[in-house]
Design a protein around this ligand. Structure first.
Ligand SMILES: [Zn+2]
Ligand SMILES: [Zn+2]
Length: 371
């Protein structure tokens, strides 16, 4: 068992805190208690700016969690561990996971830890200087110099690998690659369409390629994004602003449609297009998180029945971080998974709002904050 190195004094960290829905985050100092049993204090090295942080900041997940400590896609170094921590020791470089199976819930007990219904988190013991309890986004909080997590959320990686690229495995890249490998189970020789070619969509493309798909059709409205998609392995591109993407996908597949259609935008119209662009018995995978009020009221049920197949929701790519983070890091090392190109730019913590704006303007696959 690792020896506890926890001190008793809270440490002072610095991070991006969202206090009011829709308002810019503020960069503030905050305090973190020493790690309790099973917990780890992590010094952040790099954090990707994911769309979910923007949603949290804008109050899409409700107003109850405010103030939020933003960020959930991070890599760092373990600085202290609490009592009973055995999986990491201080000095370990780790990617942070927002799924840490509890081992005891009904899904874990049934051998489906990727569906864990009681994922482990540290207790909420990070506070603003005014004493308000912070809610770390997805139980992590990575737009900050340090954070407190459950030690089981820490997945070690080789310290020789770059933290900027490794941080992306913690959310966006895993979500996309996992959607192809696990949620869809893309088979060799199959055809795929990906709606929305941002950081997640391009990771679906990479996952489909790794799984052996031979036709990978990228769909977007931005010519720049379609060019990038080709660099990640798309064999064909469809600009949905020029003509009906369903018709274009059919034209590229002998009139049949694709075996797997992925929706990585989170909109009703693109979801419907993804459903209708499938071949018989095809699978549609929903990845993009639609707003709470979005509904799909134009789905012709008869058509859905004609095609058969399935509609699946991918949550974190159905991944198991202990199994999949080391796999993705190894594929990166072997040159089979391109993470360098996903890191469009690196920024400082103080530039986080600019990172959100660049994402909203569609200029980046990922801005990565470095410390
Ligand atoms: Zn569980
Ligand atoms: Zn994310």
């Amino acid at each position: 068992m690792a020896e506890s190195t926890a001190g008793n004094q809270p440490i002072v960290a610095r991070g991006a805190i969202a206090r009011t829905p829709g308002q810019p985050a503020t960069i503030e100092e905050f305090t973190i208690d020493a790690p309790g049993p099973g917990e780890a204090l992590v010094r952040i090295l790099a954090s990707g700016v994911c769309h979910t942080d923007l949603s949290a900041k804008n109050g899409v997940f409700g107003t109850e969690g405010f103030p939020f400590l933003l960020g959930h896609e991070g890599a760092g170094v373990v600085e202290q561990v609490g009592e009973g921590v055995e999986n990491v020791t201080p000095g370990d470089h780790v990617i942070l996971a927002w799924r840490a199976p509890c081992g005891q819930c009904r899904f874990c007990a049934a051998g489906q830890p990727h569906l864990c219904a009681a994922s482990l988190n540290a207790e909420k013991r990070m506070r603003t200087m005014q004493g308000e309890t912070l809610t770390p986004v997805l139980g992590i909080g990575t737009f900050c110099t340090h954070t407190l997590v459950h030690a089981k959320q820490c997945i070690p990686y080789d310290a020789a690998l770059p933290p900027e690229q490794m941080s992306l495995i913690g959310c966006g890249v895993m979500t996309g690659v996992g959607a192809a490998l696990y949620t869809a189970g893309v088979r060799p020789g199959s055809s795929v369409a990906v709606f929305g070619c941002g950081g997640v969509g391009d990771s679906v493309i990479q996952g489909a390629k790794l799984a052996g798909a031979t036709k990978i059709i990228a769909v977007d409205v931005d010519p720049k994004k379609l060019e990038w998609a080709k660099e990640f392995g798309a064999t064909d591109v469809v600009n949905a602003s020029e003509s009906d993407p369903v018709e274009q996908i059919k034209a590229l597949t002998d009139g049949y449609g694709v075996n797997y259609a992925f929706e990585a935008v989170g909109r009703p119209d693109t979801t419907l297009q993804a459903i209708l662009s499938r071949d018989l018995a095809g699978t549609c995978v929903m990845i993009g998180v639609a707003g709470p009020t979005a509904t799909l009221d134009q789905l012709p049920l008869g058509k859905f029945f004609d095609l058969g197949g399935s509609l699946r929701v991918s949550w974190y790519g159905d991944c198991l971080p202990t199994r999949d983070f080391p796999l993705l890091a190894t594929w990166y090392e072997q040159g089979r998974l391109d993470l360098d190109r996903v890191v469009t730019r690196t920024i400082s913590l103080d530039e986080v709002e600019e990172g959100f704006h660049a994402m909203e303007r569609g200029e980046t696959l990922r801005s990565v904050i470095t410390f």
